[in-house]
Design a protein around this ligand. Structure first.
Ligand code: 5GP
Ligand code: ZN
Length: 114
């Protein structure tokens, strides 16, 4: 997908601080962290948001979901726990239109989500 920031990160055209990679999944530290640990986990193929999850791409998405707890463990978050967020569309404040799951942890996070 041309002009997609996260596709460019997957392709290595834009540098990132990678924490995990497999055939379908890529994970890297957020450039503007909102918590001591703030990692983004994405499918390698371009999927615009969770609204675009379908029978066609569910296998890829399931591999992203399977990777999330493994990545959280590798980041030392098992004991304290963590939050997983995906923003979808304007009201949620989605700024990059390539599906991504935020993993946030390393501190007591604010309770309010909305
Ligand atoms: P959204 O607001 O779409 O849910 O999240 C997009 C996230 O991508 C934001 O937390 C933002 O800080 C992060 N981000 C935007 N541009 C870059 C970048 O070039 N590199 C990295 N590592 N993160 C980015
Ligand atoms: Zn993309």
């Amino acid at each position: 997908m041309e002009n997609c920031l996260f596709c460019k990160i997957v392709a290595g055209e834009i540098p990132s601080n990678k924490v995990y990679e497999d055939e379908d999944v890529f994970a890297f530290h957020d450039i503007n962290p909102n918590a001591p640990v703030h990692v983004l986990v994405i499918p390698k193929p371009h999927i615009p948001s969770i609204a675009a999850v379908s029978g066609e791409n569910i296998e890829t998405v399931s591999r992203v979901l399977l990777a999330i707890p493994k990545i959280a463990s590798s980041l030392g978050l098992d004991e304290g726990g963590y939050r997983v967020i995906t923003n979808c569309g304007e009201d949620a404040g989605q700024t990059v239109h390539h599906l991504h799951f935020h993993i946030l942890g390393g501190k007591k996070l604010p309770v309010s989500l909305g």
